[in-house]
Ligand binder design. Structure first.
Ligand SMILES: O=P(O)(O)OC[C@H]1O[C@H](O)[C@H](O)[C@@H](O)[C@@H]1O
Length: 531
């Protein structure tokens, strides 16, 4: 399956591809749903793209996509359907799992979430000291990264109480968050799909103890988001404030339902529904559009091109949108937990590297930090720029224009670079000559031919955010299908958890470190001598 694509020419100069095709920008971009995905500044040509389409067809992409939307058990190492798309299926069209339509429950839960978030926002639900001023969401991984990223992204629409996200088991996180909050006007939302995650359960107990210092009935100011009603009841949280979902929603795909309650409390039910509508529109697009016009498919094929074919192990995600500053961290879980696998569905080893390793920071900040390596380092890093045509700050249009100019300049610089000749001319103009001119010029050469893509959208509205996130979710799906792996399990996080549980008594000094490896013994001894 990989032979043909592995034989593709990956060494073409991108500027030459533009020379040879006056319409390259149009021919190597996708316009859909008011977005523009430009992948013309990559070394992909028509032959490469056609071969990638063949690769996707050979992997039975369309069939597998339809199986996902139909609720088939595609997560077959956990025996589950994969239906986060049901959470944004506002059309209510039936989706059948095990013979029953899941949509009535999904929509009823959405209505309950809205009723509760309205109550919190308008003061009908009160803390024991009055209207809720602050909401603390306690969760980790998918129960934190998505809602935290989206709450920040939607800051211009945030007209509800303050939202705080606590995830780390490091007591510093919850201590710093709770300091300064008034327990009597704080709502704590415990977000955990399984309601067993040690970090979240530990932080929830800490929050309960903090609340009980000031408030008579601490559990009355707690809500829970989980698939397990039994476990939430054991924490003393009444069913009226428990928002449930089914195990066919993966943790890192869960912000569209109850796990998104914090987003809804922040921006209100209407904006939250607009967010869902955006994702629903992307779902429809993904199901209907031809491959070359299909945003998730093209993002994925460019991903496969750079990672599996050109051999670039990492990808930088560079949002020129400050409010998407948590997007790279969110995508690290979405992409790396989903597609960081080495075994195919049938248990055999993968034929190619999986990944990719995703990292990044918002522009322009990154420009003053790691872009040096991106431009002149010895390894190429495909860059993925995201940029809104318009910002929200009507009185700061000039700043947005400056932001745009920076983003466009970076992709141009990466592609074109600066030749030794140009660098020499620059140094001559500065008065250098002879050997020193040559030496100095070499340091000012930019190799260029570094690939990048740009995703443009009109403005970061709730609807657009929904589209963007759903776009990335489906991209992960497409890449997973082509790699032949299960994107929806995460067994790789288990071993560390088990060993941490076993090490806890050792750290506490209640069990011996003997029997552990020499390094672990030395580390534990160091800690014991300092505490
Ligand atoms: O929502 P929870 O059940 O608490 O799980 C929180 C997170 O922890 C796990 O270890 C998984 O790696 C993540 O996929 C998950 O999102």
């Amino acid at each position: 399956m990989w032979t043909k694509v592995k034989a593709l020419d990956t060494d073409q100069r991108i500027v030459d591809l533009f020379e040879n095709d006056a319409d390259r920008a149009a021919n190597f971009s996708v316009s859909a749903l008011d977005m523009l995905f430009d992948y013309s500044k990559t070394a992909m040509d028509v032959a490469a793209r056609d071969a990638l389409f063949e690769l996707a067809n050979a992997a039975k992409l369309a069939e597998k996509r339809d199986a996902m939307f139909a609720g088939e058990t595609i997560n077959d190492t956990e025996g589950r359907a994969v239906l986060h798309t049901a959470l944004r299926n506002l059309s209510g069209d039936p989706i059948i799992v095990d013979g029953a339509d899941v949509m009535p429950d999904v929509l009823a839960t959405l209505d309950r979430m809205q009723a509760f978030s309205d109550d919190v926002r308008n003061g009908a639900f009160q803390g024991q000291g009055g209207k809720i001023t602050d909401v603390v969401n306690i969760g980790i991984g998918g129960s934190d990264l998505g809602p935290a990223m989206a709450t920040l992204a939607l800051a211009p629409y945030h007209d509800g109480p303050n939202l705080h996200y606590v995830s780390n088991v490091d007591g510093a996180h919850i201590a710093d968050t709770l300091r300064g909050l008034n327990a009597e006007t704080t709502l704590v939302v415990v977000a955990s799909k399984t309601f067993t995650t040690i970090e979240t359960m530990t932080n929830a107990r800490t929050a309960m103890a903090w609340m009980s210092e000031t408030v008579k009935d601490p559990a009355a100011q707690f809500a829970a988001l989980s698939t397990s009603e039994e476990k939430t009841a054991a924490m003393g949280i009444p069913a009226a404030r428990v928002f449930g979902f089914e195990d066919w929603v993966g943790g890192r795909y869960s912000l569209w339902g109850p796990i998104g309650l914090g987003i809804m409390i922040a921006v209100g039910g209407d904006a939250f529904r607009a967010f869902l509508r955006g994702a629903e529109a992307m779902d429809r697009h993904f199901r209907a559009a031809e491959m070359h016009e299909n945003l998730p498919v093209m993002l994925a094929l460019v991903g496969i091109w750079h990672n599996q074919i050109c051999g670039h192990a990492t990808r930088a995600v560079l949002p020129y949108d400050q409010r998407l500053s948590r997007l790279p961290a969110y995508l690290q879980q979405l992409e790396m937990e989903s597609n960081g696998k080495s075994v195919q569905m049938d248990g055999s080893d993968v034929a190619v590297h999986t990944g990719p390793i995703v990292w990044g920071e918002p522009g322009t900040n990154g420009q003053h930090a790691f872009y040096q390596l991106i431009h002149q380092g010895s390894r190429a890093v495909p860059c993925e720029f995201l940029l809104a045509a318009e910002g929200h700050e009507e009185d700061l249009v000039h700043q947005h224009q400056l932001l745009i100019a920076n983003c466009l300049a970076q992709s141009e610089a990466l592609m074109k670079g600066r030749s030794l000749e140009e660098a020499r001319a620059l140094m001559v103009a500065k008065g250098f000559a002879g050997d020193e001119l040559e030496r100095q010029a070499r340091h000012r050469v930019f190799p260029g031919n570094r690939p990048s893509t740009t995703l443009l959208y009109p403005k970061l509205t709730p609807e657009m955010l929904g589209q963007i996130i759903a776009l990335y979710e489906h991209r992960v799906f497409v890449e997973g299908v082509i790699l032949g792996i299960n994107s929806y399990d995460q067994w790789g996080v288990e071993l560390g958890k088990e060993l941490a549980t076993a090490l806890q008594p050792v750290v506490e000094g209640k069990a011996s470190v003997d029997g552990k490896d020499g390094s672990t013994q030395a580390l534990v001894r160091y800690i014991h001598t300092r505490t």
